[in-house]
Design a protein around this ligand. Sequence first.
Ligand code: C2E
Ligand code: CA
Ligand code: CA
Ligand code: CA
Length: 279
Amino acid sequence: AKTEERNTFRFYTPMMHADARKRLLLGADLRQALARDEFYLVYQPSIELRSGRVVAVEALLRWRHPTRGELLPDEFIPLAESLGLIRRIDSWTMQNVREQIRRWDLARLPPLRVAMNVSASTFGHPSFVDDVKQAVQTNGLPAKQLLIEITESAILRLGEDTERTMHALHALGIGVAIDDFGTGYSSLAYLKLSAVDYFKIDRSFVSGLPGEGNDVAIVEAMLAIAKSLGIGTIAEGIETKAQHDFLLRAGCGEGQGYLYARPLAASEIERMLLTPNAR
Ligand code: C2E
Ligand code: CA
Ligand code: CA
Ligand code: CA
């Protein structure tokens, strides 16, 4: 047992060092990424299930790292949060979403709802509502076209102020979606949902449709709650026709997923919507 322990120890130490070193280096790069203009957004269409029409897109962040290539949010958002960089990144995202909405408008695209994700520390910051208000009022961001997505676990973490922030955004005409709905447990119990516009049903429930009895029951219950509260529903991570068919029949409003489209460059969204019969 003793040699085993020693072997284990010898095996793990360099790994841990390598890991911490990598994080440190990545953190240093992350501090430069905004100034070096290395972020960009891709947009995943959201389809109205009844009609098959693209009615919205979700902006998703990407980092073009100078040596490591394209990095996905899961590889750097948690790091950005721990380094205190996330508010600046989320604000960059909002500015770019605003500019993209304007460009699509100039290109005569039908007005799309554009969703953006914000982290808990951004959403919970005392100046968040004012920052958004400024983007809407002074910079001409069309509030009606913007949807802010906040995860259910972030809502739980932030507590009571969340509701006030949601109402303030709602009053500005901005939509609010609860992202990863169903994964955070029990927030429904204390959260009044009058300022919530959409539930985004998490991929972890969608993936089991239509075969998994538990997922079927949970998704049907979510759709029933949403319906009775007048809240819209968007299912994420739809990959199969069978999932699509189930959700359509169960009355879900919209869907996102690889079945319809992967996250795309803004120009590809434009082509998709301006080319007849493209969808
Ligand atoms: P999310 O909001 O739950 O976004 C959905 C994720 O599922 C995206 O991953 C999307 O590319 C992926 N996805 C979409 N359709 C499918 C599918 O059919 N199958 C599978 N397997 N995956 C699918 P992505 O782009 O890697 O984003 C991951 C998370 O990072 C997002 O989860 C969101 O919470 C966060 N994020 C993205 N952009 C931003 C941002 O600008 N700011 C902040 N704070 N967070 C962001
Ligand atoms: Ca989201
Ligand atoms: Ca989500
Ligand atoms: Ca999710």
